[in-house]
Structures are given as C-alpha cells and as structure tokens.
Design a protein around this ligand. Structure first.
Ligand SMILES: CC(C)(COP(=O)(O)OP(=O)(O)OC[C@H]1O[C@@H](n2cnc3c(N)ncnc32)[C@H](O)[C@@H]1OP(=O)(O)O)[C@@H](O)C(=O)NCCC(=O)NCCS
Length: 151
C-alpha cells in the first residue's frame, strides 16, 4: 500500500502504548471508551490489538475481537495530525490479513451513520452495509452495521 509514512510500524499493543491510545481515543470520539475498558481489551485481545507507531510515537490503533470464525472491529482511530495519510488503511489491511490467517471468515463492525470518512474507508476495503441500527449509541446516534466476508 502506498504511504508517505515509510517508517510506520504496526505492532501489537503493549502496556507502554495504552496512555497514547487513550489520548487518541478521547480526542477521536464524543463517547470514548474509558481507559479501564481499553486496558481490559488489551488483556483480552493481545493478538488483535494493533498500534501504528511512527518514530516511537503511537499515531493510531485498531482493536478487534474474535469469536470462532467471526471477528468484530471494536475500535479504530488515528491521531488527528496523521489522518489522510493511510494509517487507518494500513491498520485495517494488517488486521484483515491477520484474521484471515486465523481462520476468520467474516468481520463485522458498527460505524456512526454520519461518519463519512470511516464509512468510505470501510467501503474501500469491500465492507458492505448490512443494516442500520437506530439509537445504537448512548447519545441516541444511529449506526450502520458493516460486514466483510474474507474467505
Ligand atoms: C476513520 C479514520 C480511522 C480514517 O483513518 P485515516 O488514516 O485518516 O484514513 P486513510 O488515510 O487510510 O483513508 C482511507 C480512505 O478513507 C476515506 N477517507 C479518509 N478520510 C476521509 C475524509 N476526511 N473524508 C472522506 N473520506 C475519507 C477515503 O476513501 C480514503 O481513501 P483515499 O486516501 O484513497 O482517498 C480516521 O479519520 C479517524 O481516526 N477518525 C476518528 C475516529 C473514527 O471515526 N473511527 C472509526 C470508528 S468506526
């Protein structure tokens, strides 16, 4: 994948990343996951909690859960300063490759209906809208359910 971020590394999340992951989460979402929940995800899904590092700085992350042949992307966010430079795409491509190798056949996720940037990103990777979830978010916002078959 073309990127100007030649030194970008995608690594599994480690304890040292959590602070910066939280910062990105808080700045990216109106209803961010609390730090304790992110730590719980880190403990539960060590293989599928990925971090994008640039010169030692955390610039994005993606966490997915796996249940049998189905995976669920729980969160994906890129530091505002690094958006539009394919960090999100690289994280997404890396998790798709990782999940395929682990026998996953289907990836699901929810995204706010009005989150055009994220929807375009997922659609670019072949995710298809599989229905709207009215009032899905705590603030009453609606979500679109997206699905990608990868077998
Ligand atoms: C959604 C998000 C992760 C995308 O990360 P990114 O690194 O900026 O995305 P990329 O540079 O890889 O963009 C990939 C594609 O997404 C789409 N896209 C990205 N930003 C966009 C924007 N602002 N407007 C429209 N489309 C956009 C484009 O189709 C783009 O492809 P292109 O570069 O060929 O035009 C990032 O905007 C973000 O962190 N947003 C806040 C958190 C969030 O909404 N997360 C998703 C929750 S479901």
């Amino acid at each position: 994948m073309q990127s100007d971020l030649n030194l970008l590394r995608i690594v599994k999340c480690q304890g040292r990343h959590i602070r910066e992951v939280c910062d990105i989460e808080y700045k990216s979402f109106s209803n961010p996951f609390p730090e304790e929940y992110l730590i719980e995800l880190f403990r539960m899904f060590p293989e599928t909690f990925l971090v994008a590092e640039l010169d030692g700085q955390t610039v994005g992350y993606l966490v997915a859960s796996i249940s049998g042949r189905r995976a669920h992307i729980i969160s994906l966010a890129v530091d505002e300063k690094f958006r539009g430079r394919h960090v999100g795409s690289i994280l997404l491509q890396t998790i798709i490759d990782n999940l395929k190798v682990n026998g996953v056949e289907e990836i699901l996720l929810e995204v706010r209906l009005d989150n055009i940037a994220a929807r375009r990103l997922y659609e670019k990777f072949g995710f298809e809208a599989a229905g709207d979830l009215r009032g899905y978010y705590e603030d009453g916002g609606d979500a679109a359910l997206y699905r990608l078959r990868i077998y």
